[in-house]
Design a protein around this ligand. Sequence first.
Ligand code: ADE
Length: 242
Amino acid sequence: MLIDVITIFPEMLAQPLSVGVLGRAIEDGLLTVRVQDLRDFTHDRHHVTDEPPYGGGPGMVMKPEPFFRAVCHCRSTGPSAGRARVVLMTPQGRRLTHHLSEEMAREEHMILLCPRYEGIDERVRQWVATHELSIGDYVISGGEIAALAAIDAVGRLVPGVLGHPESSLTDSFAAPGLEGPQYTRPFAYRGLKVPDVLRSGDHGAVDRWHREQARMRTLMRRPELLSKRGEWQYDRERFDGS
Ligand code: ADE
């Protein structure tokens, strides 16, 4: 999978993409992330990417031309003959969920647009972006951190990225529902002991314990994820918040 990120702060992406699961996936060539500096797609001497809004108002708005040019460049140098998913990062977009991450993980090429300031010229939204994506109902200072969250959520679902394929299946939301508690050594810490069943060696009992704990946690914290009978229910509409 190829992901292009278009930003005026390319340095924000470099370090997070160099470590952990994503860093290894990129190193192994399972995932390619190209960070594109929006200023490289300006034609003026000062590499201007923003202007005051027409009609007045606070702050600055990002100009359309550099985004048009940058996306054109990414498409023409991408693998899928121009058929990339072009995603505008915005709190107005569709909320990122596990289900949506699975959908995006099937793409061959994605281009993530990261606006700053008061936002982006509407023509980019209308004519360049094919999708809009939000990481939640709050506003952050720009699209870069949102893009990183999306790259992480999607990247780990790309086949081969996780060492143990089953670990993405037991993650919270994939199950579906929330994951239960986990313990490691030491057995007793400050008088707090690991539940005996986990040391029993009875794999069936351990498995039942994990399922029950996950179910209880989901019931306490996110009861809407469980059906009335208390069984797992994969309700896509509610999951997506759509
Ligand atoms: N840019 C600012 N806030 C955002 C959000 N919640 N999701 C995606 N992009 C954003």
